[in-house]
Design a protein around this ligand. Structure first.
Ligand code: NAP
Length: 463
C-alpha cells in the first residue's frame, strides 16, 4: 500500500506555530503542513507584539520564513478556525491539528474604575502601536502629563519605552503610522511603573530593565528606600535568588544611586510594593489610588504581596496601562482548562476531560503552557510537542482522516474564504511594506487595516 503523506494543520502562525512547523519538517521531512492564521499576515507577536525599537529580534522572521514557507509549508491567512472552519472539519482533513493560538486577551485587575476611558490593557496599546488591524481605529489620549503602567514584566517595560522614546527614535522603527503620529504629539512627561512586589520579584528580564535606565534624554528614577530589601527578600535572594533577580536588584540599586537629571526630556519612576486599589475620574481617568504592600512568605514557599494598613496614596494621571499578563481564551469544540487558561495537555498532547489523549490534537506555545517565557522558549516547547506528534505518527496511533486530499481542503476554503491570503498574498504585503519602508528609511511601513492588507495581498508583489 502506498503511504499517503501526513497532512498537519497548525493553527496560529505566531512564533510557537512557526517553531512547530520548522521542527516538524526536521522530524518528518515529507509532512505536508498548512499554517492557518486569523490575520492576513504571519508571525503573530513577532510582528504584533515585539516592540518596534527591537528590530534585531524581528529579524527572526527571516529564519521563520526560511524554515517554514520556503520549505513548502502553506500559509492560509485570514481564516479563523472556530468561525470560518470548525475544529471537526479540520479533523476530517488532517492527520493532526496543532493549536498554537497563544493568549489573545488580558488578565484583569478586578478593581473599581478599571473600565474608565483612559484605562487600557497594555496588550491593546501594544497591538495599536504595532499596527494590528483589529486596533486600527482605537485612539489613545496622550494629552496628560503623567501615565501609570501597572505591572513589572517585559510588556510593562516595552510600553514604558514606547511612551518615552523620542519622535526621532520612533521614526526609525516600523511603529504603525497612526501610532507614530499620536506619539509625536504626546504630552506625557512622566511614566510611573508600579510593581506590587519588590525589586527582587520584578518579572523584567535584566536586558529589558537595563534598557529602561539607558534611554536617551530620559531620567529613570528609583527611590533608594524602594531598593532596601525586606528580610524575606534578602534571604531569598541570598539563598535561592535567580541570576536575573540578582542582576535586576543590582541594576535598580544603580538607578537609585544615579543623580537626577533635571534636563531630561521625560521621566520614568519605578515604584515597588504598591498595588492599585481604584482608578478614579469623572468620565475618564484622573487618578489612581494605591496601597502599600509588604512581602510575606506564603505556605507554598512563594513570596507574596500583603497589604499594609495605612493611608492610600493618590497618583494623578490621565492614562493607565494595565500590564499584568495575557490570558488565553477557549477555542470552540476543543477542551479548555478554565483554571489555568490553557488547553489541558500532557507534553503537548491535548487531553479529554477524562484525562485521555485526544487523538491527533496537540498544543504548543502559550495555549499549552500559559503566557510565560521569551520568544526562544517556544523552540524547546515546540520540540516537545512535535516529538509527541512524531511518536504518535510512528506508532500508527493517528487514524487517516476521511478527506485527506489537499484539493479537498482547498475546495472548502475556496467556497468559504474567497479572500484567503496565501503565501503569494503575504509576499505581496511584505514586498509592499518593505518597499515603502525603503523609501522612508524605515525597516518597513506597515499596512494597518484589514482592507489595506487584503488589497495588497491581491495585488502583484513589487519586483
Ligand atoms: P509577566 O512577565 O507575567 O508580568 C506580569 C506582571 O504583572 C508581573 O510583574 C506581575 O506581578 C504583575 N501582576 C499580575 N497581576 C497583578 C495584579 N493583580 N496587580 C499588580 N500587578 C500584577 O507578563 P508580561 O509582561 O505580559 O509578559 C508576558 C511574557 O512575554 C513574559 O514571559 C515576558 O518575558 C514575555 N515578553 C518578553 C519580551 C522580551 O523578551 N523583550 C517582551 C514582552 C514580553 P507578580 O510577579 O507579583 O505576579
Amino acid at each position: 500500500m502506498v503511504r499517503t503523506r501526513e497532512r498537519v494543520a497548525i493553527v496560529g502562525a505566531g512564533p510557537a506555530g512557526a517553531f512547530a512547523a520548522a521542527c516538524l519538517f526536521r522530524a518528518r521531512g515529507d509532512a505536508e503542513i498548512d499554517l492557518f492564521e486569523r490575520l492576513p499576515t504571519p508571525w503573530g507577536l513577532l510582528r504584533g507584539g515585539v516592540a518596534p525599537d527591537h528590530q534585531e529580534i524581528k529579524r527572526l522572521e527571516d529564519t521563520f520564513d526560511r524554515q517554514t514557507l520556503q520549505r513548502g509549508c502553506r500559509f492560509l491567512g485570514n481564516v479563523e478556525v472556530g468561525t470560518d472552519i470548525s475544529h471537526a472539519e479540520l479533523m476530517r482533513h488532517y492527520t493532526a491539528v496543532v493549536y498554537a493560538t497563544g493568549a489573545q486577551t488580558d488578565k484583569s485587575l478586578g478593581i473599581p474604575g478599571e473600565d474608565l476611558p483612559g484605562s487600557w490593557p497594555a496588550t491593546e496599546f501594544v497591538a495599536w502601536y504595532n499596527g494590528h488591524p483589529d486596533y486600527r481605529g482605537v485612539e489613545f489620549d496622550l494629552s496628560a502629563e503623567r501615565a501609570v503602567v501597572i505591572g513589572n514584566g517585559n510588556v510593562a517595560a516595552d510600553v514604558t519605552r514606547m511612551l518615552t522614546l523620542s519622535a526621532h527614535e520612533l521614526e526609525r522603527t516600523d511603529v504603525a503610522d497612526h501610532a507614530l503620529e499620536a506619539l509625536r504629539e504626546s504630552r506625557i512627561e512622566e511614566v510611573i511603573v508600579l510593581g506590587r512586589r519588590g525589586p527582587a520579584q520584578a518579572a523584567f528580564t535584566s536586558a529589558e530593565l537595563r534598557e529602561l535606565g539607558r534611554l536617551d534624554g530620559v531620567d529613570t528614577r528609583v527611590d533608594p528606600a524602594d531598593v532596601e530589601l525586606d528580610p524575606a527578600s534578602r534571604r531569598w535572594l541570598a539563598e535561592e535568588g535567580t541570576f536575573t533577580a540578582r542582576k535586576n536588584v543590582e541594576l535598580l540599586r544603580e538607578f537609585a544611586a544615579t543623580p537626577a537629571r533635571p534636563d531630561a526630556r521625560r521621566r520614568i519612576e519605578l515604584r515597588f510594593l504598591r498595588s492599585p486599589v481604584e482608578i478614579r475620574g469623572s468620565g475618564r481617568v484622573e487618578a489612581l489610588d494605591v496601597r502599600r504592600n509588604e512581602i510575606v512568605r506564603a505556605g507554598d514557599g512563594s513570596l507574596r504581596a500583603r497589604p499594609v494598613d495605612g493611608d492610600l496614596e493618590t497618583i494623578e494621571c490621565g492614562l493607565v496601562l494595565r500590564s499584568v499578563g495575557y490570558r488565553a481564551v477557549p477555542l470552540p469544540d476543543v477542551p479548555f482548562d478554565e483554571r489555568h487558561f490553557v488547553l489541558p495537555n500532557e507534553r503537548g498532547r491535548v487531553l479529554t476531560p477524562a484525562g485521555e489523549p485526544l487523538p491527533g490534537v496537540y498544543a504548543v506555545g502559550w495555549i499549552k503552557r500559559g503566557p510565560t517565557g521569551i520568544l526562544g522558549t517556544n523552540k524547546r516547547d515546540a520540540e516537545e510537542t512535535v516529538s509527541c506528534l512524531a511518536e504518535d505518527l510512528r506508532a500508527g496511533a493517528l487514524p487517516q482522516p476521511p478527506n485527506p486530499g489537499r484539493e479537498q481542503i482547498d475546495a472548502l476554503l475556496a467556497e468559504r474564504k474567497p479572500d484567503l491570503v496565501t503565501v503569494e498574498g503575504w509576499r505581496a504585503i511584505d514586498g509592499h511594506e518593505l518597499e515603502r519602508g525603503r523609501s522612508e528609511q524605515r525597516p518597513r511601513v506597515k499596512l494597518a487595516s484589514r482592507d489595506e492588507l487584503l488589497a495588497a495581498a491581491a495585488a502583484p508583489a513589487p519586483s
